[in-house]
Design a protein around this ligand. Structure first.
Ligand code: ADP
Ligand code: ADP
Length: 233
């Protein structure tokens, strides 16, 4: 089933009298359960595309149909609702609340979803168990290693059962060994049927994905199946 359908979208930014064409004309279809690596040099439009995919932004032209819903012309409030339901974000910098415990960080999206505390705690505990952090629920981010912080972020991204996981340079702040561990975790999540879109600069990291999309100057310059998949396990 097609999960993401992007048809000739464009996104430009105007600064003073200058117009920057961040995305010129981008079309992309992604099926449920795909694991895609998005690559390309700095300034090629990856963040702009990820922001649109994640319903943080909308295109100026063209359509983005997510799970059968055209989100291209939604208001910010409508977009926020779709985002909370459909998207799980993982960032390079983890983006955890520093004063909250691992459990509280993971449970946060469930507060927005209106779920009561006892259920939130149960689900968050389960999610932390599933990323191997069952023994770290009461730790705060500064009491965790980089890899453990990213595991907390992955658990948070999964907690609402999103349609898509968007991972923006998830290994960018991690050493090689820890990066491989996090890729193993993403592989495991993918093997359970989740759809993952990963932005990375590192070819080694991209090799874990099953499809590679390369951008340049606001266009997709290549889009092909990865015939040389590198697997952690
Ligand atoms: P990448 O993530 O591949 O580095 P971006 O999507 O961040 O690329 O940027 C694509 C182009 O759009 C760049 O020329 C960048 O400077 C420009 N751009 C991105 N975001 C903005 C913004 N908020 N305002 C103005 N220009 C932007
Ligand atoms: P970059 O990849 O350029 O370092 P980030 O990965 O931190 O930037 O953020 C990418 C985009 O997601 C930005 O436009 C930012 O505003 C947005 N963003 C960052 N953190 C969150 C968050 N916790 N929830 C929703 N959107 C976020």
């Amino acid at each position: 089933a097609t999960l993401i359908e992007i048809q000739e979208i464009a996104r430009q930014y105007t600064i003073g009298t200058e117009t920057i064409h961040a995305l010129k004309s981008v079309s992309l279809n992604i099926k449920k359960g795909e694991f895609v690596a998005l690559m390309g040099p700095s300034g090629s439009g990856k963040s702009t595309l990820m922001n649109i995919l994640g319903c943080l932004d909308t295109p100026n032209y063209g359509d983005y149909i997510l799970n059968g819903i055209n989100v291209s012309d939604m208001t910010d409030d409508e977009l926020a609702e779709v985002r909370n339901k459909e998207i799980g974000f993982v960032f390079q910098t983890f983006n955890l609340l520093p004063k909250s415990t691992a459990l509280e960080n993971v449970a946060l999206p469930l507060i927005y979803a209106g779920i009561k505390q006892s259920v939130r705690e149960e689900k968050a505990t389960q999610a932390l168990n599933s990323v191997g952090l069952g023994n770290r629920v009461d730790h705060r981010p500064n009491e965790l290693s980089g890899g453990q912080r990213q595991r907390v972020a992955v658990a948070r991204a999964l907690i609402n059962n999103p349609s898509i996981i968007l991972a923006d340079e998830p290994t960018g702040n991690l050493d090689t060994k820890t990066s491989i561990e996090i890729m193993g975790l993403l592989e495991e999540i993918h093997s359970k049927g989740n759809t993952i879109i990963l932005v990375t600069h590192e070819e080694d990291i991209a090799q874990h994905a099953h499809r590679i999309v390369r951008m340049r100057d606001g266009l997709i310059e290549a889009d092909y199946p990865n015939t040389d998949i590198k697997s952690v396990s």
